[in-house]
Unconditional design. Structure first.
Ligand SMILES: Nc1ncnc2c1ncn2[C@@H]1O[C@H](COP(=O)(O)OP(=O)(O)O)[C@@H](O)[C@H]1O
Ligand SMILES: [Mg+2]
Length: 230
C-alpha cells in the first residue's frame, strides 16, 4: 500500500476550555499505488485534518499512518520534511503562489530544498514541459497576478508535480474556481492519475470531480466510510 491509516484518531483542544474536539475517531484507509480517491463530507468534518495527517503536515494522536509501509510517527522532523518535499505533492484551495515571482520561478520553488545531486536534473526544462502540458507555456514569464484563477491553480498543480511525487494530495482544489476552470482542473487531475499513474487523494465538494476518481470515501462524525462503487 502507498498510504495506510490504521485506527487513526486526532483531537483538538476546545478554544473555550470545553471538552476536546474529536475530529478523527479511528479512521482506517488503504490506498494502493495508482489509485485515486475522493474524500467528501460536510464542512468541519475533518477532511483537511485527515489530508494533513496523511501528508505529514500534522500528527495523529493515536493509530498508525504508513507511507509505503513506513510509519510516520517513527520519523524525525528531517525525515518528514524530506517526505513532504519529495514524495508528496500538495494542492490547496487557494494556490499560494508567490506574487513577486514569475510562473516558472514559482514552479521551481519546491526544488530549492533539494540536495545538490538532485539539482543535476534539468529542472527548468521539466518545469517548462509540465507548463506546456497544462497549456501555460505562453505564461511562464508572467506573474500570478496576471493570470486567471484557473490558470493560477494549474500553476499550483505543476508546482506540486515538479519533484515527481508518488502521491498528490489536493484539498478542495476546485473550491474557488468557476465551473469551466474547475472542470479543467478535474480533467487534469484525472489525466495525471490515468496517464501517469499518480496516486491521488482529493478532498472535494464537487461531485463532478469526485466522479472522476476511482473511489469515494465519506467522512462524517470522525469516521471514514467507503461508498460502494457504481
Ligand atoms: N489547528 C486546529 N486547532 C483547533 N481546531 C482545529 C484545528 N484545525 C481544525 N480544527 C477544527 O477541527 C474540525 C475539523 O476541521 P477541518 O479538518 O478543517 O474540517 P474540513 O476540512 O472538513 O472542513 C473543525 O471543527 C475545526 O474547527
Ligand atoms: Mg477543509
Amino acid at each position: 500500500m502507498l498510504v495506510e491509516l490504521k485506527n487513526v484518531s486526532k483531537r483538538y483542544e476546545s478554544p473555550d476550555s470545553g471538552p476536546d474536539m474529536e475530529v478523527l475517531k479511528g479512521v482506517n484507509l488503504a490506498v494502493g499505488s495508482g489509485q485515486s480517491l475522493a474524500v467528501i463530507g460536510p464542512s468541519g468534518s475533518g477532511k483537511s485534518t485527515l489530508l494533513n495527517v496523511i501528508g505529514a503536515l500534522d500528527k495523529a494522536d493515536s493509530g498508525q499512518v504508513l507511507l509505503e509501509g513506513r510509519e510516520l510517527s517513527g520519523l524525525d522532523e528531517k525525515a518528514l520534511a524530506h517526505i513532504r518535499n519529495r514524495q508528496i505533492g500538495f494542492i490547496f484551495q487557494l494556490h499560494h503562489l508567490l506574487p513577486q515571482l514569475t510562473v516558472l520561478e514559482n514552479v521551481l520553488v519546491p526544488t530549492l530544498a533539494l540536495h545538490n545531486g538532485d539539482k543535476s536534473a534539468d529542472l527548468p526544462a521539466r518545469a517548462e514541459s509540465l507548463l506546456q502540458r497544462v497549456g501555460l507555456s505562453e505564461w511562464m514569464h508572467y506573474r500570478p497576478g496576471q493570470l486567471s484563477g484557473g490558470q493560477r491553480q494549474r500553476v499550483a498543480v505543476v508546482r506540486a508535480l515538479i519533484n515527481q511525487p508518488r502521491l498528490l494530495l489536493a484539498d478542495e482544489p476546485t473550491g474557488s474556481l468557476d465551473q469551466t476552470s474547475a472542470d479543467n482542473i478535474a480533467d487534469l487531475l484525472a489525466d495525471l492519475n490515468r496517464t501517469d499513474g499518480l496516486t491521488l487523494i482529493v478532498v472535494t465538494h464537487s461531485s463532478r470531480l469526485a466522479e472522476k476518481m476511482n473511489r469515494t470515501c465519506h467522512l462524517a462524525d470522525g469516521i471514514l466510510h467507503e461508498e460502494a462503487q457504481t
